[in-house]
Design a protein around this ligand. Structure first.
Ligand code: AMP
Length: 213
């Protein structure tokens, strides 16, 4: 299974991606996670990405495309992959298409998680992310057992800079302007499936698997 997961910030892409990657036994490649790991480790790549991420802007394509090209060069993608958060604009989609042609690895599907803006704002304003393992919870809808502490690894929970209200508004704007056009493109070539991102996590995963066939 070679799959792209697309959806606005707060649709639950990261959560669903990890369930789907486990189900299909394929690596979960999240560009946001790779950037955050680099930021945490203070690498050059992290330093290049930080100011864009903090403002909710896209990291320049020159940086992002190289990083993905490099990641798709790993042997673990031979049996498939799940891309989460990439591509996010037309240029990235074109670069990805070229990489996949060269590697003779055509995409099987692009799965879109659909959700409206009011629900996104509710989800993101209360989202907390674990500094240790990156898993997220919610101060109201998915409370951790101990406030401020990750259930999975006991790491400290924090609010991502880009989950703050002003930044969320910018991320939604960028999604509408830059990412929605690629969804129409994937639809026009018959790869797009979409499902509602509302409901319980397990229910949405089931919906996704049913849509993917
Ligand atoms: P995410 O966790 O997918 O919401 O990504 C967090 C942030 O990382 C985004 O707001 C961007 O600043 C950056 N980022 C992640 N994926 C990409 C991408 N494909 N292109 C450019 N920037 C990205």
């Amino acid at each position: 299974m070679r799959l792209i997961l697309v959806g606005p910030p707060g649709a639950g892409k990261g959560t669903q991606a990890s369930h789907l990657a486990a189900h299909y036994k394929i690596p979960h490649i999240s560009t946001g996670d790779i950037f955050r790991a680099n930021l945490k480790n203070g690498t050059e790549l992290g330093k290049k990405a930080q100011s864009f991420m903090d403002r909710g802007e896209l990291v320049p394509d020159s940086v992002t495309n190289e990083m993905v090209k490099d990641r798709l060069g790993n042997n673990d993608v031979a049996g498939g992959f799940l891309l989460d958060g990439f591509p996010r604009n037309t240029n990235q989609a074109q670069v990805l298409a070229q990489i996949l042609i060269e590697k003779k690895m055509p995409l099987d599907a692009v799965l879109e998680l659909k959700i409206d803006n009011a629900e996104i704002i509710k989800r993101l304003s209360g989202r907390r992310t674990c500094q240790g393992c990156g898993v997220s919870s919610h101060v109201e809808f998915e409370k951790p057992k101990v406030a401020g502490v990750c259930d999975k690894c006991q790491g400290q929970l924090y609010q991502r800079e880009d989950d703050k209200e002003e930044v969320v508004a910018r991320r939604l704007e960028i999604y509408a302007q830059q990412t929605e056009p690629i969804i129409s493109f994937y639809n026009s070539i018959g790869l797009l499936k979409n499902i509602s991102a509302l409901g319980e996590v397990a229910e949405i995963t089931k919906r996704a698997i049913a849509a993917l066939g």
